[in-house]
Design a binder for this molecule. Sequence first.
Ligand SMILES: [Zn+2]
Length: 392
Amino acid sequence: MSSALLLHGRDEAPQPDDARLAAVTVEIDDEAVRQWLLAEAVDLWSDTDAGPTLSVVLDAEALAQLQARGAAFELLSADIEADAAEERARLRGAEAARPGSWFSEYRDFATVDAYLDTLAARSELARVEHLGVSTQGRPIRALRISDAPQGAPAIVLNGGQHAREWISVMVATCIADRLVTDAQVDPAVQGLLARNTVWVAPVINPDGYVYSWESDRYWRKNRQGKHGVDLNRNWSVGFGGRGSSSNKRSQIYRGPHAFSEPETRALRDLIVREPVVAHVDFHSFGQLILYPWGYTKKPAPDLDRLASLGRSMAAAIEATHGEVYRPMAAQDLYTAGGTALDWSYGERSAMGYTIELRPSGGNGFVLPPEQIVPTCDEGYAAVRSMAAQMEL
Ligand SMILES: [Zn+2]
């Protein structure tokens, strides 16, 4: 073999016959680049196709073309299927023998759902409530934690609208665990629960979550029909607007009409039934704290208050492990119609937030399990700070 061929063989640049799929975040300084990327992308990892950056999955050929264009981009993962395979292998091993904390590893739907019963058995203040049934017939359940009188203000926390965002499921469950535990020892939590009812629904999209565990790690939507519906475009405030799609194949397909999906109806019905004053919808990734509006560029009537609470949450998060989460009105990042935060605020006047958890970039949705507990510290700090600032 000639030295020239050897050099070529060592070349780091992906070759056209390379089957790997890479995830990148690209700065969009030119709409032509956006259109090209969206046409080439195998998957969209950004929560929108309209933001100042785009996180997309590209095959090796498209990645080589991106490099040739000289576009500024960050490589999130050189091989997303290898990331998923590594995680899968680790989880298989974990089933047999991984002692230690429940939060030292990601947990599948049945295990998370059963853990709600474990928490309810641990505390007189907690009980499991049935919110609804998914498209494929799985239960959507929440832990209700309260020492407050009937009709007390309610705080709703949820994870898992998007199936592949596993850390959101773990953080919601972990916050429920912390509240149940701290209710026995922490006067601030005792006071919070004496005056309010906290609802924690870790898995709003159980079918998608199961599918992400069993079939396609990067599945986002629910399991309606062949292509699924993006639940966080299925809410009625701003439904059908920008940042959502009528194309069933799109990752941001909004469904045929608002609340067409049993999963969004289940969470909506809870928020309608209870006097909800705050709602935090956990997602990943990006380390952002988003507040209304998302569907319009108009400022929300309570923008100052929403922003002030967002800043206090960001400060509380940074105080735990030094991680920076950027607070902003969702519209400042992108316009997205039909999201939960706009609905909770617009229809119920609740302080509505989307928190995009770790990582800021990293491997995107595949977050190392060692980061579950620190990310929970951040989510819990944010919720406590919000409650304290709202004098709940
Ligand atoms: Zn999400």
